[in-house]
Design a protein around this ligand. Structure first.
Ligand code: ATP
Ligand code: MG
Length: 383
């Protein structure tokens, strides 16, 4: 009998989305297809899971690697199929236990029948498999276990899986539309971009750079950071916008320069969002991390902006953010030296701002004109 090896993908929270569920599953299928395209496995939906049959068995690690970066997946399991009889199931289970003996540790066996008319119960399967485990001196432990063996039985097949990999969860990218991500060369905003994608957003990156020409920003580390983020979704557009005139005009405002810089960035983001059909802006701010990130100043910077400014990192501390940056792969680029526009910032920034003052300062420096000018000198890249 052919022992077929394949991967079962379980959705994340998609079951929550009642009516829209089919669209979400379609988006997930599309994203998985795109991610695994070079390996051209067969990918199909089967009820509330997706089955992936590799072209060659040696593709499996690559498929797992790909799936580990697709949002909207709860977990995936490498599985084997056999005939739906106790004898076939237990001999397949035994073979798998032998192959993986060193890694198993203590074992829990769980069986589930989707088709109930076989002449055995789930418990009978578990007992039969545990008997084989005992023979191999593998310790059974239903509560505190290292490995779980999952067995599923349908009318014509039985599936056995040994390893379950937890995935990223979240929503398939694309299901929440587009969002502008204000991306700096720092540690935080790439992590914020990742969280935006995790909630189904297709990112439109906006980076404000200090160079005379936008083409200089294209050879900085920023495109490399974007490239790393594109591991989690291949499509993006990125705008590189010069701070240019802003730096000259705002310098005159002294201690207000930094907060005006934030207002400038948000206005640029909003203008690009309007152009791109994006409905939301993301930043990497977290509350109280620096003087400009007090509640007052966060509000002052976004006065006059007519779309939500979301800050996925708002409640995280730096250590947590760093741990995530390392996990998602952006950290090493983020800590490389870079002359970000924020390095021009003022000493002793105000910790309280009000709407009147903000309005006056923006008019004084002619913010809208500076924005027009900066946008006219922007460069974009896309994939
Ligand atoms: P990060 O680590 O993301 O740079 P930070 O801790 O340095 O954040 P700030 O310098 O106050 O904090 O920046 C706050 C947010 O403003 C950033 O997370 C990013 O979203 C946005 N931002 C900062 N600098 C730039 C820039 N040069 N271009 C685009 N957005 C920026
Ligand atoms: Mg920064």
């Amino acid at each position: 009998m052919r022992r077929e090896k394949f991967i079962v993908v379980h959705f994340g929270e998609l079951w929550l989305r009642g009516r829209n569920r089919n669209d979400y599953v379609k988006a997930l299928l599309r994203n998985i297809n795109e991610r695994l395209r070079p390996l051209s496995p067969s990918i199909e939906r089967s009820y509330d899971r997706i089955l992936i049959v590799p072209k060659k068995e040696k593709d499996i690690p690559l498929i797992k690697e790909g799936l580990s970066r697709v949002f909207g997946i709860s977990n995936y399991k490498v599985s084997y199929s056999t005939r739906p009889t106790i004898a076939s199931i237990s001999s397949l289970a035994e073979r798998l236990m032998k192959e993986n003996r060193k890694e198993i540790g203590s074992l829990r066996v769980e069986a589930h029948r989707s088709y109930k008319l076989h002449r055995f119960m789930s418990d009978d399967i578990v007992k039969a498999v545990l008997k084989r485990a005992e023979k191999l001196k593998i310790k059974a432990s239903p509560k505190d276990y290292d490995t779980e063996m999952g067995i599923g039985v349908t009318k014509d097949h039985a599936y056995v899986s040994m390893e379950r990999s937890d995935a990223l969860r979240g929503l398939p990218v694309g299901t929440s539309g587009r969002g502008v991500v204000l991306l700096s060369g720092g540690i935080d905003s790439p992590v914020a971009a990742w969280y935006a994608m995790k909630r189904g957003i297709v990112p439109i990156y906006v980076h404000i750079h200090p160079f005379a020409k936008s083409s200089e920003a294209l050879s900085s580390k920023i495109p490399r950071i974007i490239d790393i983020l594109s591991e989690y979704h291949p499509h993006y557009r990125a705008y590189f916008v010069p701070a240019g005139m802003f730096q000259i005009k705002a310098a005159k405002t002294g201690r207000y320069e930094l907060i005006l810089l934030k207002a400038f960035m948000l206005r640029i983001a909003e203008r690009i969002a309007e152009n791109e059909g994006a409905k939301v802006i993301f930043t990497g701010e977290s509350l109280g991390q620096v003087a400009s990130q007090t509640p007052h100043n966060l509000l002052a910077a976004e006065l006059g902006i007519n779309m939500p400014v979301l800050r996925p990192l708002i409640g995280m501390d730096k250590e947590e953010i760093i741990a995530i940056a390392k996990r998602i792969g952006t950290y090493d680029e983020s800590i490389k030296e870079y002359m970000d526009v924020c390095s021009i910032n003022a000493r002793n920034p105000p910790t309280q701002m009000n709407a009147e003052l903000m309005k006056r300062l923006k008019e004084e420096i002619g913010l809208e004109k500076i924005v027009d000018n900066a946008l006219s000198k922007a460069k974009t890249i896309e994939r």
